[in-house]
Design a protein around this ligand. Structure first.
Ligand SMILES: Nc1ncnc2c1ncn2[C@@H]1O[C@H](COP(=O)(O)OP(=O)(O)OP(=O)(O)O)[C@@H](O)[C@H]1O
Ligand SMILES: [Mg+2]
Length: 363
């Protein structure tokens, strides 16, 4: 069981969106997940369709009353995913437990006796570094720190990392911290610059997956469902599936530092000066396009140029470091890149995967 706190004291950086949709993506790909709502705002509970004013038992009871077990609190919300909900009654727990011994370990103790073994426990934290977030960190093996890429500030992150250090020292434990770029717009120069700064700051402690902005997020939250239930082929749904895969490292990823496997003489993509050159050998085709996460899967934006004699179609795309899924469209038919590994989408499409490493793109 992997316990992951999704935390950042900065408000509105995508903690709840990540907790809810990562939980759904993990469940969709066959893992069992418990989502713990540890925010008195109850946003994660609301985002999964619960009426927080009508809750029976909630996380308040788990923290305040050791006799109440988690099995009395947990509710099933979708196949593979349960929630331990919260509401505003959680807000006073810090004061009510003032002076109590081990009050920072209340959540860790509650999680010791779960009714079943989950693959992941994801904890949606409140925007503060107070008692509740400390409880989450004490219980956690890992922390995901969403960083809003559209209004960027590293200030708060240092304070957050200091808090993690403090918990590690006091509890004699280790917490793996990784940053996640959220509300990311790869098509703006500003968005790309922020991503580069994050890469410099966090190095391999930054998820290769970043979560792009999408209107589907608000629509899903308003309807009380995860993004995949609103639109299965949305970019943000794909991003959370990629994040789930990265979290479990179960999807093979090829980096352009390695030589792509060649198949039937197909060349595969290559990097030149920070630009990815997509290539497909298709001498019979009259149009070839590339559509992927970098152009919103829009083939019109990915028209490739043909070298008519050699039959090779190419397109150069300026891509920031990251992991991208794509497909070719040959005379209107969608195919995977025969030279590259693919992963199958929930809808059964084979999407080729290419990863641009930070070192390469900085060339
Ligand atoms: N990828 C996205 N695309 C578009 N909007 C998003 C995305 N992620 C988050 N948002 C929006 O940004 C706002 C803040 O997101 P969210 O509630 O997940 O942040 P939070 O960190 O949990 O906030 P808080 O600190 O209040 O708990 C919400 O209105 C949400 O709909
Ligand atoms: Mg939130």
């Amino acid at each position: 069981m992997n316990v992951i706190a999704i935390a950042n004291q900065k408000g509105g950086c995508g903690k709840t969106t990540t907790a809810v949709n990562l939980a759904a993506a993990c469940a969709e790909t066959g893992r069992s997940v418990l989502l713990v709502d540890l925010d008195p705002q109850g946003h994660a509970s609301l985002a999964l369709g619960l009426d927080t004013a009508m809750l029976g038992r909630s996380m308040r009871d788990a923290l305040m009353r050791p006799a109440v077990s988690m099995s009395e609190i947990i509710l099933p919300v979708m196949e593979g995913c349960d929630i331990a909900p919260s509401n505003i009654t959680l807000a006073s727990v810090e004061q009510e437990l003032a002076g109590e011994p081990e009050r920072e370990s209340r959540l860790a103790i509650a999680l010791r006796e779960l009714p079943k073994e989950y693959d992941f426990v994801l904890i949606d934290c409140a925007p503060s570094l107070g008692f509740l977030t400390i409880n989450a960190l004490v219980a956690a093996d890992e922390a995901i720190v969403p960083v809003e890429s559209s209004s960027f500030s590293l200030h708060g992150l240092e304070r957050f990392l200091d808090t993690v250090d403090m918990v590690e020292r006091n509890m004699a434990k280790q917490i793996t911290v990784r940053a996640l770029a959220t509300l990311f717009n790869p098509r703006t120069r500003y968005g790309r610059r922020v991503y580069e700064e994050l890469t410099e700051q966090f190095g391999d402690r930054l998820f290769a997956t970043s979560i792009r902005c999408s209107v589907v997020v608000k629509e899903a939250a308003a309807r009380g469902v995860p993004v995949g239930a609103v639109r299965r082929n949305s970019t943000v749904h794909d991003d959370y599936l990629a994040l789930a895969a990265e979290l479990t490292e179960s999807v093979p990823v090829i980096t352009l530092d390695e030589h792509p496997p060649e198949d039937e003489g197909q060349p595969g993509p290559m990097v030149r000066g920070g630009v990815v050159r997509f290539r497909l050998y298709a001498p019979e085709a009259s149009t070839v396009q590339v559509a992927g996460e970098f152009n919103d899967w829009n083939p019109i934006e990915g028209r490739m140029e043909a070298d008519v004699d050699a039959g090779l179609w190419v397109l150069d795309v300026d891509l920031p470091p990251g992991r991208y899924r794509y497909r070719f469209v040959v005379d209107g038919a969608w195919i995977e890149d025969p030279a590259m590994p693919y992963e199958e989408s929930a809808a059964g499409y084979r999407n080729s995967v290419v990863e641009v490493s930070a070192a390469k793109s900085a060339e």
